[in-house]
Ligand binder design. Structure first.
Ligand code: NDP
Length: 293
């Protein structure tokens, strides 16, 4: 094995303790507690576990969490009314609506009602638009993409002038991470499901960000020796040896790629913990902006 493992869990823990220190200072010096509203609709088990994780993480760093649990049958106007109420609440500095929403609710309609000053997920079209424009900065950067760049910078991997390839072009990961890399002066290529010969494009990359949702798609001989590989993919594959019957793997064939790459993130324990840490960071930054810090 030649690649250095980028330990996302440890880096996220460091960031969380930095955030806890800042939250403490904010409450000592300004009598302000950052607040995050986490809205969940319905009873999806996976969504509930993500939401519980986010609420627990808030409590650990001293961020006040506002728990909004709405029934599956809630109507779109009712959900939007709740978002408006949270927009108007001065104790709430960030609003997160857990996705996916039930089929009868249009996600875009709901997300675009979140005030951009409280859009800690960074998914509001105005925040994404500012991310794409030269000389403009969004109020918030989306959490998973921001976490990927933080992993690179805290591992001492420079981006400026490097060739970066992003695998995937979704609104929540692939596209925004490409825009962040471009803002950081990388030369970017985006590979997607219609790309012909993705291997040859990926093989040129100094930095690979994999976010395709395809288990172990990226093989060792697709990687330039010494490249930094950030694996966002989180895919469940059958594993009868586990009690649950499955295990999580990335989009990268870790066993093969770790022999070629210079750096690699594991799955789990790479990007996942960073997403939550960046959500806390964005909430704290939202609160600091309100009090002019
Ligand atoms: P989406 O399904 O929304 O997007 C997948 C993207 O990958 C699409 O752009 C698609 O192309 C592209 N793609 C699909 N198959 C291939 C292929 N064979 N070759 C090249 N590109 C391909 O997924 P998300 O962006 O939401 O998530 C991606 C992965 O990241 C998932 O495994 C998800 O679970 C994980 N994830 C992890 C997070 C974390 O915190 N660790 C957070 C968010 C996501 P096209 O546009 O042409 O369809």
């Amino acid at each position: 094995m030649s690649a250095k493992i980028i330990d996302g869990k440890a880096i996220a823990q460091t960031i969380r303790s930095e955030i806890a220190d800042e939250v403490r200072l904010l409450s000592q010096n300004h009598a302000k507690v950052p607040g995050l509203a986490v809205v969940i609709v319905g009873n999806r088990k996976d969504s509930q576990s993500y939401v519980n994780m986010k609420r627990k993480a808030c409590a650990e760093v001293g961020i006040k969490s506002f728990d909004i649990d709405l029934p599956e049958q809630v109507s779109e106007p009712e959900l939007i009314a709740k978002v408006h109420e949270l927009n108007a609440n001065p104790e709430v500095h960030g609003i997160l609506v857990q996705l996916p929403l039930p089929k009868h609710i249009n996600e875009e309609n709901v997300l675009s009602e979140i005030s951009i000053e409280k859009d800690v997920d960074g998914f509001h079209p105005l925040n994404i638009g500012k991310l794409a424009m030269k000389g403009r900065d969004p109020l918030f950067q989306p959490c998973t993409p921001k976490g990927c760049l933080e992993l690179l910078s805290r591992s001492g991997i420079s981006i400026k002038g490097k060739k970066a390839v992003v695998v995937g072009r979704s609104n929540i990961v692939g596209l925004p991470v490409s825009l962040l890399l471009l803002k950081a002066d990388a030369t970017i290529s985006i590979v997607h499901s219609r790309t012909t010969d993705p291997e040859s494009i990926i093989r040129e990359a100094d930095i690979v960000i994999a976010a395709a949702g395809q288990a172990m798609m990226i093989k060792g001989d697709w990687i330039k020796p010494g490249a930094a590989v950030i694996d966002v993919g989180t895919n469940a594959v059958d594993d009868p040896s586990k009690k649950s019957g499955y295990r999580l793997v990335g989009d990268v064939d870790f066993h093969e790629v770790s022999k070629v790459a210079g750096w690699i993130t594991p799955v789990p324990g790479g990007v996942g913990p960073m997403t939550v840490a960046m959500l806390l960071r964005n909430t704290l930054d939202g609160a600091k902006r309100v009090i002019g810090q």
